[in-house]
Write a protein that binds this ligand. Structure first.
Ligand SMILES: Cc1ncc(COP(=O)(O)O)c(C=O)c1O
Length: 385
């Protein structure tokens, strides 16, 4: 299909897709694909979950949009649900991951009262493409062409507390990080490191901000990834799975400090609109009703087990890492080649950093679907070996 009227910012692969259901996608010609990376982490309930479709239809027929100076029931109901599942906080709604990161960066500026404004994020991190989020992102390749970026954004080495301490100055106000770096290659933060960071933030009055855009909403086997670490953030940012495919994001700010962002200091026209908020509210209900977290933990154990046996069998697999259903295979060969071969066999996976193959299936995936995908991957690795 010709795309000459589109700004060429995406490298698109494969056929034109017209339909999705659960962990499957169909192309124009009726070809059926198994999707082990639905929506780049967005499709936590798979494609077109019937309950999500139902509330989109229902809500769109009653009220799609309302500006944020008027009240509707779904924003308060959703924020209560998010907080119930997370920690005592107040919620600001936006539409994308980067926008919610911007909100967190602006909140940090307010918290620093003009005296402190530096935010330390991590090497290899990814926080989005808007100027603030990009400035916090720890990957030069995304930033180079857009300098000068936001002042006060620096990066410490991921998983290196000593390096983090070296970056601290009197002007530092916050630390921002992903507990598992997604785009950075599925790198899992060490428990000790996170505990040390969180303690340091408490003692030195720094905001501890976690970007759970990818890791949140059950992806890692708990509702939010910070729960694995025995710490509580001051600010948490969510998007991707929050709407089960519908665009919505949010920033949670711990109660104690939340009120410094008062009326007029921040806003989003579409943030928390009735349709998005209702859909997201339904996502929380589905996660509960369908025991999604139990499935994540079961399928994760199974997936890591089979991938572990692949590692023993295939020399090109250097490491299998991740948590829950967020998995990366570090390869000694180009991961793009595996991605391309898989696509030819009607399997969708993903790759990042040249050599990391990524699998992030729907959280309600069935074992036989995983097996189907793993059988295809096994066959590909056998051929390549
Ligand atoms: C951890 C993380 N933060 C932020 C973002 C930015 O989200 P968006 O593309 O919705 O702006 C992403 C996107 O992949 C992400 O993975």
């Amino acid at each position: 299909m010709k795309e000459k009227f589109l700004l060429p910012v995406y490298r698109r692969e494969g056929p034109v897709f017209v339909k999705g259901k659960g962990s499957f996608l169909w192309d124009k010609g009726g070809g059926c694909y198994l999707d082990l990376f639905p929506g780049w982490g967005v499709g936590i309930l798979g494609h077109s979950h019937p309950r999500i479709c139902r509330v989109i239809k229902d809500q769109s027929q009653s009220l799609i949009f309302l500006p944020n100076n008027l009240r509707h029931q779904w924003q308060p109901r959703l924020s209560k649900e998010i907080v119930k599942n997370a920690f005592g906080a107040k919620v600001f709604f936006a539409n994308s991951g980067a926008e919610a990161i911007e909100a967190a960066l602006k909140f940090s500026r307010l918290y620093g009262k003009g005296r402190r404004f530096e935010v330390i994020s991590m090497s290899n991190s990814f926080h989005g493409r808007t100027f603030g989020a990009l400035s916090a992102t720890g990957q030069e390749k995304h930033k180079e062409a857009f300098k000068p970026l936001l002042p006060g954004c620096k990066q410490g080495k991921f998983n290196d507390f000593g390096d983090f301490r070296k970056k601290i100055t009197k002007k530092t106000v916050a630390v921002l990080l992903e507990l598992i770096q997604g785009e950075g290659g599925v790198n899992v933060a060490d428990k000790q490191y996170i505990k040390a960071l969180s303690n340091f933030c408490k003692v030195h009055d720094l905001l501890f901000i976690v970007d759970e855009v990818q890791t949140g909403m059950g992806r890692t086997g708990k509702m939010f990834c910070y729960e694995h670490y025995g710490v509580k953030p001051d600010i948490m940012v969510l998007s991707k799975g929050l709407g089960g495919g519908f665009p919505v994001s949010c920033m949670l700010v711990r109660n104690k400090i939340a009120d410094i962002m008062g009326p007029g200091l921040h806003a989003s026209t579409f943030g928390g609109n009735p349709l998005a908020a209702r859909v997201s509210f339904e996502v929380f209900k589905v996660i509960k009703d369908e025991n999604i977290l139990v499935n994540v933990n079961r399928m994760s154990k199974y997936l890591f087990g089979r991938l572990g046996s692949f590692k023993k069998k295939f020399e090109c697999i250097k490491e299998v890492r991740g948590m829950g259903l967020m998995i990366g295979l570090e390869l000694s060969i180009k991961a793009k080649e595996i991605f391309e071969r898989a696509l030819k066999k009607k399997l969708i996976v993903n790759y990042t950093h040249e050599n990391v193959l990524r699998i992030m299936p729907a959280l309600n995936i069935k074992r036989k679907e995983l097996d189907k995908g793993l059988d295809i991957l096994e066959e590909i690795f056998e051929r390549i070996q």
